[in-house]
Design a protein around this ligand. Structure first.
Ligand code: SF4
Length: 345
């Protein structure tokens, strides 16, 4: 149960569903964790009516069962430790026509760091054969997935892009942005990948960091990671189109260039890892929000750019009122939007 300033969120990590819980019910759950139903009623710490509705809520939603005192010890608390057998779990690489890094070396290094998920963002309209020349170095590596964003090249057809994914089975998603129309190119019966055209131009560096309930993640992995680590940056690395290494492409601090330093050296730097440990409990406002362990943080765009502990700028949720509003229309955020040159108002 995650307590917010006005209500709590009960996260059923097994079934990956969250429930809003009013304060009186969350208080009753706390008391019931330490006492039997009969004791709780006797202690009179919670009204009998609230106890009954709490039990009904738990049993109806399959969140728990009524057990005898003797059986309770057979159900120990869930282990909330998080770890992952890799130094780096995911990497973002920005590429343009002038990016001249040694892709072979980079993919090899990512493999030795245990990285499984890669996002490639190609901002120029490369031809498919030029994209293949990059992807061939990822072939045969231990990567689990490649998410590919490419700028539309008007000489290339839908079939050409579908053929690219068929040729490189590690691609799970291919998005061709700056296209004439938005449409999904793979049929519903397609294998485990998606190819889609997107009409919009994507501003990768300034477009990320949006917090929205659609992207909340109620999984054991995300929840437990959030207890000790930053949900956006932990074990992530990025390389920009010039080869500059950062925690995330939208953050300012750089840690050298792939041409002169290895990814392994950077991934092991104390300074590079520092931001991995910034949890939601250290972030103002988020620390009081019931969504703090299922939402994804952002340290690149802050509500107060000079305050490293301020909440993500692109979140429109107020835990004090439990209301969502459009973050980009909030007059209090205009200064920060100007600072980041977001120009959305
Ligand atoms: S206030 Fe913080 S924890 Fe809550 S939804 Fe927004 S970013 Fe997430």
């Amino acid at each position: 149960m995650v307590k917010g300033v006005k209500r709590s969120l009960l996260c059923d990590l097994q079934n990956e569903i969250s429930y809003y819980v009013p304060s009186d019910i969350s208080h009753a759950i706390d008391v019931l964790q330490a006492h039997s139903i009969a004791e709780t009623k006797e202690l009179n710490l919670v009204s009998a009516k609230i106890i009954d509705s709490t039990i009904e809520f738990i049993v109806t939603n399959n969140l728990g069962h009524l057990l005898s005192r003797q059986s309770i010890n057979k159900f120990p608390d869930i282990n909330l430790e998080w770890d992952y057998p890799a130094e780096i779990t995911n990497c973002i690489i920005d590429i343009n026509r002038n990016s001249d890094f040694d892709f072979s070396k980079i993919f090899l290094e990512l493999e030795s760091l245990g990285c499984q998920d890669l996002q490639l963002r190609i901002e120029d309209s490369l031809f498919i054969h030029e994209i293949e020349n990059i992807l061939k170095y990822a072939d045969g590596r231990m990567l689990k997935s490649i998410q590919l964003y490419v700028a539309n090249n008007s000489s290339e057809s839908d079939e050409g892009y579908i053929g690219l994914v068929a040729k490189f089975p590690r691609i799970t998603n291919l998005f061709v942005f700056n296209s004439l129309l938005s449409k999904v190119l793979t049929p519903d019966t397609a294998p485990a990948y998606t190819v889609a055209r997107i009409a919009d131009r994507i501003d990768f560096k300034r477009g990320c960091g949006i917090v929205h309930p659609d992207w909340f993640v109620t999984t054991m992995e995300h929840f437990t990671e959030s207890l000790k680590f930053n949900t956006c940056l932990n074990r992530k690395i990025s390389i920009d189109e010039n080869g500059v290494i950062r925690n995330c492409p939208s953050l300012g601090t750089s840690f050298g260039n792939v041409k002169s330093v290895t990814l392994t050296e950077v991934a092991r730097m104390r300074e590079f890892r520092k931001i991995w440990k910034v949890t939601k409990s250290e972030i103002e406002i988020c620390q009081l929000c019931e969504f703090r362990h299922i939402c994804t943080d952002c340290r690149a765009f802050l509500e107060e750019p000079q305050n490293v502990r301020s909440k993500p700028l692109k979140c429109g949720y107020d835990p004090y009122t439990n209301q969502w509003s459009e973050w980009s229309k909030n007059p209090l955020k205009l200064k920060a939007m100007d600072f980041y040159e977001l120009g959305l108002a």
